[in-house]
Design a protein around this ligand. Sequence first.
Ligand SMILES: [Zn+2]
Length: 152
Amino acid sequence: MKRTPQDKKLEALLRASHISGCGFLGTDTRELWEIIQEDMNDVRAMGQTAKSIASRMKELTVIGQRGLGEWVPAGEHLQVQCDDSRGIIPCPWPHHVRCLKRTTTVKSDTGEQLRWSDLNTHLIEVHGFFEGKGALFRLEPKKLIAVIFQDE
Ligand SMILES: [Zn+2]
């Protein structure tokens, strides 16, 4: 796939450390489009879409907010907790979207635990982007899907 100058600029921004602490691509050496394509293949293989995942993540965040920082049960197998950090973080794509820094943590009774920020939810929903391997907020699509949909 031929990358445009805009694609290269975005990728450089995602690799940079100043926005998110350690960058959105972590130690991943693949190009951005490859990361997105491979993750979206996993998503499709598991019968989900970026939209269905993001909508379930939002649902869990809403449930978590009710706990005001404490764990809240979400269905039979999950508990969810939402922190109340107030900051705002911009989406690195050039479209002026800003998200809350708030993070949601989900744990299942199988011992799996995952967390995401509102920016992760946006990145998945709109850009199909789960971040690069080694990034602080990387979400493995297979693991994420297995955990958040287990009560469905
Ligand atoms: Zn965006």
